[in-house]
Each structure stands twice: as C-alpha cells, then as structure tokens.
Design a protein around this ligand. Structure first.
Ligand SMILES: CC(C)(COP(=O)(O)OP(=O)(O)OC[C@H]1O[C@@H](n2cnc3c(N)ncnc32)[C@H](O)[C@@H]1OP(=O)(O)O)[C@@H](O)C(=O)NCCC(=O)NCCS
Length: 111
C-alpha cells in the first residue's frame, strides 16, 4: 500500500481558467468540462491538479514512467472522484478531494 498527498493554493490557478492552451495541456477534457461550468471553477481545477499530484506520489514507486498528465479524475454520478490513467479507470487506488476558497487538498491511497 502507498499513500500520496498534495495541497495547492487556489489563487495559483485563477489565471488559467480562461487559458485554453494551458487547460488542455494539463487537464483531461472531462476535468475541464466538469470544472468550468461550476460556480467555483478554479477550486475544482486546483483540486484536480492536487489529485494528480497525490496520485502520482502514491503510484510513483510502482510506475516510474507515470507523468502528471497521464492522470485524470472523473466523478461518479454521486460525486465520488475516481482515478483514470491514460483515460482508463484505474481501480487499485482511492482518491479524496477537499476545497476551500484558499486551498485545495487531495489524498490518494494505492493498493
Ligand atoms: C460530498 C460532501 C461530503 C462534500 O463535502 P464538502 O465539505 O461540501 O466539500 P469538500 O470541498 O470537502 O469536498 C468536495 C469534494 O468531495 C468529493 N465528493 C463529492 N461527492 C462525493 C462522494 N459521494 N463520495 C466521495 N467524495 C465525494 C468531490 O471530489 C468534491 O470535489 P470535486 O467536486 O471538485 O470533485 C458533502 O457535500 C456531502 O454531500 N455530505 C453528505 C451529506 C451530509 O451528510 N450533509 C449533512 C452534513 S451536516
């Protein structure tokens, strides 16, 4: 079992919300569409970034070739975040996200 954690400042991501090039370089299209339609779009994007880093930390010893942009987060109908690697659901990991106005955090546990 492995664990990964990340915390990010929301304001770091504010300038990227309307930067299509940046968004498409860092986030999957599902992450962009999930986030930008919501009231707190920046928080959702920042949380996804934190989740990618947490997942990377949890999996980096197992998969040394993994890069941040291989990882994406998609939510179930109930809102639960799930991890995708190269667009395929990766079930041997659990991730949890939380956000406030200033900070977002994510924790990942890989089995
Ligand atoms: C889902 C819930 C736990 C989110 O908690 P919150 O404090 O409002 O918000 P947080 O910032 O900590 O967490 C938000 C993240 O929770 C995650 N989340 C949402 N639904 C989830 C679920 N069913 N299971 C696991 N994680 C969930 C999402 O990743 C979300 O971030 P995202 O939309 O960017 O993906 C909360 O809104 C909720 O519905 N609680 C249960 C209802 C309840 O008992 N309410 C009464 C409380 S007194």
């Amino acid at each position: 079992m492995n664990i990964g954690i990340d915390i990010e400042e929301v304001k770091r991501f504010a300038k990227y919300v309307k930067d299509k090039d940046y968004l498409e370089r860092i986030f999957a299209k599902e992450e962009i569409s999930y986030s930008i339609l919501r009231k707190n779009a920046v928080q959702h994007l920042a949380a996804r970034f934190a989740a990618k880093e947490a997942v990377w930390k949890a999996l980096s010893t197992k998969n040394k070739k993994l890069i941040i942009t291989d990882i994406s987060i998609q939510n179930t109908k109930n809102g639960k975040p799930q991890v995708y690697i190269k667009n395929k659901q990766y079930k041997k990991i659990e991730v949890s996200l939380s956000h406030t106005k200033k900070y977002v955090a994510a924790v990942a546990i890989a089995f």
